[in-house]
Write a protein that binds this ligand. Structure first.
Ligand code: F6R
Length: 366
């Protein structure tokens, strides 16, 4: 059942190239230069008339929502707010009929997310669900939606659900951008061609596994980790920190790299491993200077870099390479080594990777 892997989590990490392909199936038609998404097309008027999109989710799905915020605003020029479902539902939020609410949930059963969409519906908003489990409560309660088609996710720590959520949301953003005319046809085509290479590039990112394992071995006894990223990779930093916390029980925090100097930099000393996502596209020079700030305080740097990188390599204690792609697609690649790092540390510490203490696969209580 684990297909030769020691844990479901590792199997699911390795399933990501095929899971993303399944998410593309019937939707990404590169030759015809179209994206087909029935749930979006049937409701195009609502999307095009939307004043804003409100994304509601919890945990890892909330991180996928943050990535979506960047991509929807960047490509489709629609204002996006990303909300923790548990906060949104109790806040008497301002919602109107001109709002589109996107609920993201792997299980489709998360109590807070379900309650948030019921509230949004009662105020007349249009609700679109991005779920993995077919026929789940959130999928049924939504007006329309798009499934991630990741296949069953058994490991409690979400992996392939996250990358396929980002995939669906990227397809949506591109489809809406095309309909709105905020992307040119040549740029659109370029994005589709790049998107199509992602499963192969995820495969390539997975080939760093053995090296990630040696890095895990060096830092497995650290009591704190910091994860930093900017732009599209800020949410990836949050997700990397969450993965480490939940399965290895090591304290970790994710931060936007530039926020360091407003507080967390005080934590840096020779015992602090800092995972920095520093891919070539996306504020590269600025991240390099953030790395210098950490090095001068003796922090240990684990850089997630674009293949062939030189500058970060010269500064960092370790670098893990991912293939080059468009900036907006980098989260699909930079996430991979962070999943592997948390997995190997947890295994080395003898933790129950697939069923971490205190956690459940679907959180049906608020
Ligand atoms: C983290 C994790 C949780 C879930 C959260 C939302 O690895 O699995 O943070 O992401 O409980 O769950 P869903 O997506 O099912 O609504």
């Amino acid at each position: 059942e684990k297909g030769g892997f020691d844990h479901f989590m590792l199997k699911e990490i390795y399933e990501q190239p095929s899971a993303i392909l399944d998410t593309f199936r019937g939707r990404l038609l590169t030759n015809e230069a179209i994206i087909k998404m029935v749930g979006v097309e049937d409701n195009m008027k609502k999307f095009l008339a939307a004043n804003r999109i409100i994304i509601v989710a919890c945990g890892t799905s909330w991180h996928a929502g943050l990535v979506a915020e960047y991509i929807f605003e960047d490509l489709a020029r629609i204002p996006v707010e990303v909300e923790y479902a548990s906060e949104f539902r109790y806040r008497n939020p301002v919602i109107t009929e001109n709002d589109v609410v996107i609920a993201i949930s792997q299980s489709g059963e998360t109590a807070d997310t379900l309650a948030a969409i019921k509230l949004a519906k009662s105020k007349g908003a249009f609700v679109f669900g991005v779920c993995n489990v077919v026929g789940s409560s959130i999928a049924r309660e939504s007006h329309a939606g798009a499934y991630t088609h990741a296949g069953p996710e058994i490991g409690v720590a979400s992996t392939k659900a996250f990358t396929t959520q980002i995939t669906v949301l990227t397809l949506m953003a591109l489809r809406l951008a095309r309909a709105k005319g905020t992307i040119s046809s040549s740029e659109f085509r370029h994005h589709l061609i790049e998107l199509e290479t992602i499963p192969r590039k995820v495969e390539e990112a997975l080939s760093s596994d053995a090296y990630v394992q040696t890095v895990a071995d060096i830092y497995k006894n650290a009591t704190n980790f910091l994860y930093l990223g900017r732009g599209y990779n800020f949410p990836v930093a949050l997700e990397g920190a969450l993965k480490l916390k939940e399965i290895s029980y090591i304290h970790a925090e994710g931060y936007p790299a530039a926020e360091m100097k407003h507080g967390p930099i005080a934590l840096i000393d020779e015992h602090m491993p800092v995972v920095v996502i520093a891919t070539k596209k996306g504020h590269y020079e600025k991240v390099v200077s953030n790395i210098q700030e950490i090095k001068s305080r003796k922090g240990k740097i684990i850089g997630i870099v674009t293949k062939g990188d030189e500058s970060v390599k010269a500064l960092a204690d370790h670098v893990i390479e991912v293939p080059e792609t468009l900036e907006c697609l980098t989260p699909l690649l930079t996430t991979i080594p962070l999943q592997l790092l948390s997995y190997h540390i947890a295994v080395m510490l003898g933790k129950n990777v697939d069923q971490p203490r205190n956690l459940a696969k679907s959180v049906t209580v608020e």
